[in-house]
Design a protein around this ligand. Structure first.
Ligand code: NDP
Length: 405
């Protein structure tokens, strides 16, 4: 009971604290040139109310993405088996939705229907609008009829959600919110931030801005190209849809992952050629490891005979029935995919150079997240596979970084 109370209070305090943190980062980058200041009363007063424009943009965006999810072409794919043995079907049309969204936004800019820096101009009000929507929608989910995974404790049920797969007919809310509005929105906000830099900088786009834009564009495009991989992720398989996922995907992702590009709007330094080449190399290295490791596992689980790096794969056959791959990237460390992701994250921050710590927020957050995630995954696998997992850890010693960790 006492443990629950502490946990509940932490959850209740955590939600506004995270919300304030996002505003704080925005105030620092917009009004203090990226300096991490002690917030004053003036700064608090800077938190904007939603505007008619921000509500219209946000509503249009959600409806547009929902329509794309419903009508855009894409093959249907079955998800992992649920507890009752059935499988849900998902339409894999993320790539089409991504291309159509980017293409139409670009067309609207070229035809001057919207200003190219639109999302920069309304960033603050959009942040408030997205927040209000996320809190209200999470409440709706909490109040919904289906409460198959209710704990009875408000903070927990509101924060983590009460339903694994809330759906309206074939429309899956979690699958939708996991990527469509937030990830595509991230790219479009970056576009507007780059445009704002160009406007302020006499038409010149700096190399750091081009790098950040290109690296993050590649990351999101790659996500949608390999969209079916989302069906085996922890979030889709095990996490309910509640505040954590709704807010995380609608507020945290688009409004904090854009911090580097935002910072570069008012920091227009250039890079030497070798710096640019080094950053491109670092991002590519991260991408090759990240994509290679995730792809090897995906392929191996589909066909354990398929060669890895030109050889027959080695693996441990567990008593549970699953096979644990010990070849390729999975023979070097147990989470090389995390290492690749982290290297890319670093390549997104380094173009901002070292004048301020704020652009490194993403890397610090992501490192913390993946370290915690690795531990959680390790415990879950140990429970699931028992001695077989210990044997696997004996064979593949390193967790994330070979010879370091
Ligand atoms: P993994 O893709 O590493 O999946 C872990 C699961 O894979 C384990 O629970 C186990 O599941 C299975 N597994 C573990 N070892 C092996 C093995 N040797 N052979 C075969 N299967 C194995 O972790 P995540 O789902 O956490 O991450 C996926 C990707 O998403 C990563 O690249 C990560 O960096 C990225 N990510 C990005 C985030 C972001 O915010 N940008 C957030 C979180 C992750 P089982 O055996 O039960 O199937």
């Amino acid at each position: 009971m006492k443990r629950h109370l502490g946990h509940d209070l932490l959850t209740l305090a955590g939600m506004p604290a995270l919300t304030l943190l996002v505003y704080y980062l925005w105030v620092c980058v917009e009004f203090h040139q990226g300096r991490l200041v002690l917030p004053s009363a003036d700064d608090l007063a800077r938190i904007p109310a939603p505007t008619l424009e921000s509500v219209s943009i946000f509503a249009f965006w959600l409806v547009f993405q929902a329509l794309l999810q419903i009508f855009a072409p894409g093959k249907w794919q079955e998800g992992q088996p649920l507890a009752d043995g059935t499988r849900l079907r998902y339409r894999m049309n993320g790539w089409t939705s991504f291309c159509v969204s980017i293409g139409l936004f670009y067309l609207a800019v070229v035809l001057q229907w919207i200003p190219r820096s639109l999302l920069y101009e309304h960033f603050g009000a959009l942040l408030t609008t997205a927040n209000l929507f996320a809190y209200a929608f999470s409440l709706l989910l909490y109040l919904s009829e289906r409460k198959e995974r209710r704990t009875g404790r408000f903070s927990c049920d509101y924060f983590l959600g009460v339903t694994l797969n809330p759906r309206l007919g074939n429309f899956d809310w979690k699958f939708f919110l996991e990527s469509r509005p937030g990830l595509i929105g991230w790219v479009l906000i970056n576009f507007s931030l780059a445009a704002e830099q160009q406007i302020r900088n006499d038409g010149v786009l700096t190399t750091p801005m081009c790098l950040v834009f290109a690296f993050q564009f590649l990351y999101v495009a790659d996500y949608f190209w390999h969209e079916e991989a989302i069906l085996t992720t922890w979030d889709i398989r095990h996490e309910n849809l509640g505040w954590m996922l709704v807010w995380g995907n609608l507020v945290w992702v688009p409004f904090t992952f854009t911090l580097q590009a935002y910072y570069l709007v008012s920091h227009t330094h250039e890079l030497p050629w070798w710096g640019t080449a080094g950053l491109v190399g670092l991002n590519l290295l991260g991408y090759v490891i990240f994509r290679g490791a995730n792809w090897q596992k995906h392929q191996f689980r589909k066909n354990p005979e398929a060669p890895i790096w030109g050889r027959k794969p080695k693996f441990i056959r567990t008593q549970h029935g699953s096979l644990l791959l010990t070849s390729g990237w999975w023979g070097i460390a147990r989470h090389m995919n995390y290492l690749g992701d982290l290297l890319m994250g670093l390549a997104w921050c380094l173009p901002c150079l070292f004048e301020r710590p704020l652009p490194y927020f993403y890397f610090v957050y992501f490192l913390t997240l993946l370290l915690l995630r690795q531990r959680r995954d390790h415990e879950a696998c140990r429970e699931k596979y028992g001695q077989d997992w210990d044997a696997y850890c004996g064979k593949v010693r390193w967790r994330i970084v070979p010879y370091v960790y």
